[in-house]
Write a protein that binds this ligand. Structure first.
Ligand code: PMV
Length: 315
């Protein structure tokens, strides 16, 4: 049984986070500049069933059986074994590495899980269809995030820009013009589980107000879809700005994120917003092709710990 490896990208949500949990559409794109990778190697000298997991970045060196019940990696591997009806794994080591910042809204947990699922299934000689990789990853995301909409597992598995609505088949997005984004990390990590829970609490307390915010975000996502189809990048920027205002109103922004957004706009960004769960993590700024360096520098001066410039291709 030869070694098998799988690589998955990070992701950002272009528009629609949080509202997507309440049934509105959202748009997400993969970020291949950062990636998670899982390599499964056979261990011919070890007992069958012996499965070792190595993830040096999170200081993990454990056997599958040692991991507590409910550990996301244990759940990912058990999910594949159950799906393929494999009671015992052949002896192997799974080596996991990732360049995707953790708890930053870049889909790190979904990307690691999807890479492990694909690598284990491939190693067993039974690669799974993408739809199945995505749904198994979604199950594991529930351990990380509580009630994830499913957008992260979908975009990292399919590795293409998507139009996403909860509990509906994903739709690939038509993008007429490539565009460039600067992703700037506030340096503060934030648990999506907590921001999603905070929004739920606020929604329960102020239903009408929050429902209106979700509906307005849904409208912006529809308009962004039209702008992307038409290659109208300045219009996309304005819609991102409006989406950020609605997220501020939803109380998922933070002074750090607002500062990064403002500085990016002042440095020439066509639009900017927080991306992901918020209260930390990243902002994204839409930039003219030759304006990326200036915006990245402005974000760093405004406190960004790290920036990534990425181009989304036409599709
Ligand atoms: O923080 P991230 O990138 O995992 O994004 C979460 C997106 C939310 O809409 C806030 C939650 C979800 O499950 O869709």
């Amino acid at each position: 049984m030869p070694a098998f490896s799988a690589t998955t990208p990070g992701k950002i949500i272009l528009l629609g986070e949080h509202a997507v949990v309440y049934g509105q559409p959202a748009i997400a794109v993969p970020v291949n500049d950062v990636q998670a990778r899982a390599v499964v190697r056979p261990e011919v000298h070890r007992e069958p069933g012996s499965l070792r997991l190595l993830a040096p970045q999170i200081e993990l060196d454990a056997t599958h059986a040692d991991l507590p019940e409910g550990h996301p990696l244990r759940a990912a591997i058990s999910g594949v074994m159950a799906e393929l009806d494999i009671p015992h794994m052949p002896a192997c080591t799974i080596h996991i590495t990732s360049t995707i910042p953790i708890a930053a809204g870049l889909g790190s947990s979904a990307a690691v899980t999807a890479a492990v699922i694909r690598a284990v299934a491939g190693f067993l000689g039974q690669p799974l269809p993408l739809e199945k990789v995505s749904s198994l990853t979604h199950e594991v995301e529930k351990i990380h995030h509580g009630t994830p909409s499913g957008i992260d597992n979908a975009v990292v598995t399919y590795n293409q820009p998507i139009w996403f609505e909860k509990d509906k088949p994903i739709r690939p997005l038509s993008i007429a013009q490539p565009f460039t984004l600067v992703i700037a990390d506030s340096g503060r990590s934030a648990a999506t589980r907590e921001t999603v829970a905070a929004v739920r609490e606020a929604y329960q307390a102020e239903r009408e107000h929050y429902q209106a915010l979700f509906d307005n975000i849904g409208t912006l996502v529809q308009q962004a879809n039209t702008a992307l189809k038409a290659g109208d990048i300045p219009a996309l920027g304005l819609l991102m700005d409006k989406n950020h205002h609605l997220l501020q109103d939803m109380e998922v922004s933070s002074p750090e994120l607002d500062r990064l957004v403002n500085q990016a706009r002042m440095a020439g960004a066509l639009g900017a917003k927080l991306s992901g769960g918020g209260r930390g993590g990243n902002i994204i700024a839409l930039v003219e092709e030759n304006g990326a360096d200036k915006v990245a520098k402005a974000a760093q001066q405004a406190g960004a710990s790290h920036t990534i410039t990425t181009t989304v291709s036409a599709s």
